[in-house]
Design a protein around this ligand. Structure first.
Ligand SMILES: O=C(O)CCC(=O)C(=O)O
Ligand SMILES: [Fe+2]
Length: 301
């Protein structure tokens, strides 16, 4: 079931029909979505993470997939730009682990940008407890610094949803091009499988499939736009999911002309990032690894 749907949406020969794709911007699909009222206290105060006050967020649960939540782009224009720049320029530097390490020694995204071929080869970066792509096991010896800013933004978002004790301890940044896909998988390496998983989309749009605990269950398809945050919690935390297709964005909230960016003058390099985003999507996938009182992976007390 899951694989058929993946193949259908991935198909390059014929453009897939998007009628069944849940889109939070389409009122007629509202029966697929249930509005969530935030249990956390309203976070009015301005924050350093480029997020609008949580009283302005629109949060939905997918009716057929309890525990799968989507926050429709809660970022300001500058907030989106800030996270794009962090993902491309800061987090892609050593000593963070990157797929580029196996390919070349290059360390500056801006330098790599002079050479489009190199910039295009950046596929993933891991932060904090590094995801081990082979063993899929986290280890205390394979742990880097988890950026304070990303930790702050995700834990702030978690609190707004009522997850007061969420700890951001591991992240994968995925860099997609228009023909990239991510096949069906579950994320089950974390010791703490009760903690939700936070996933932030930037740049071009994507079709996200979420099925059940086996590949036999029919997946739902959800359209993810730049700025959207999905949360995989409860029954959906261990469900199969995939990205079968990257779609051209119907708008560019990272270039909104209704909001004035204060970064425009400051960041003369923005055009480099803007150029990259024209044909790319970035996903920040954040997990808690440890149980509440655990100090390390090896702490079994
Ligand atoms: O790109 C996405 O939205 C999903 C990424 C994902 O599932 C993962 O990194 O485990
Ligand atoms: Fe995943």
């Amino acid at each position: 079931m899951f694989k058929q749907h993946f193949k259908y949406y991935k198909s390059k020969n014929s453009a897939p029909n998007l009628n069944d794709v849940i889109d939070v911007d389409k009122a007629d699909l509202s029966k697929s979505l249930r509005k969530i009222c935030l249990p956390g206290e309203d976070m009015h105060s301005s924050n350093p993470w480029g997020l609008k006050p949580s009283s302005q967020w629109q949060v939905w649960e997918i009716v057929d997939k309890p525990g799968l939540l989507i926050i429709k782009n809660p970022f300001t224009l500058d907030g989106q730009r800030m996270w794009v720049i962090k993902c491309l320029k800061d987090y892609s530097k050593k000593p963070n682990k990157r797929n580029l390490d196996a390919l070349m020694d290059i360390d500056e995204w801006a330098k790599a940008q002079d050479n489009k071929e190199i910039a295009g080869k950046l596929c993933w970066v891991t932060l904090g407890y590094h995801h081990n792509w082979d063993s899929k096991v986290y280890s205390d010896n394979e742990k880097g610094h988890f950026p304070y800013d990303l930790k702050g933004m995700v834990e702030h978002t978690a609190k707004a949803l009522g997850y007061n004790n969420f700890q951001a301890e591991a992240a994968i940044i995925n860099y997609y091009h228009m023909d990239s896909t991510l096949s069906g998988h579950t994320d089950h390496s974390e010791i703490n499988l009760e903690a939700p998983l936070f996933s932030i989309s930037l740049g071009q749009s994507a079709i996200f499939l979420l099925g059940g605990h086996t590949l036999d269950e029919k997946p739902i398809a959800l359209l993810l736009r730049s700025g959207d945050i999905i949360i995989m919690s409860k029954e959906s935390r261990l469900s199969y999911h995939a990205i079968p297709k990257i779609l051209k964005a119907d708008s560019e909230p990272w270039n909104s002309d209704t909001e004035i960016s204060t970064m425009l003058e400051k960041d003369v390099e923005w055009h480099l990032f803007d150029e990259y985003l024209k044909s790319s999507r970035i996903n920040i996938n954040v997990r808690q690894v440890l149980k509440p009182h655990q100090k390390s992976v090896s702490d079994v007390t």
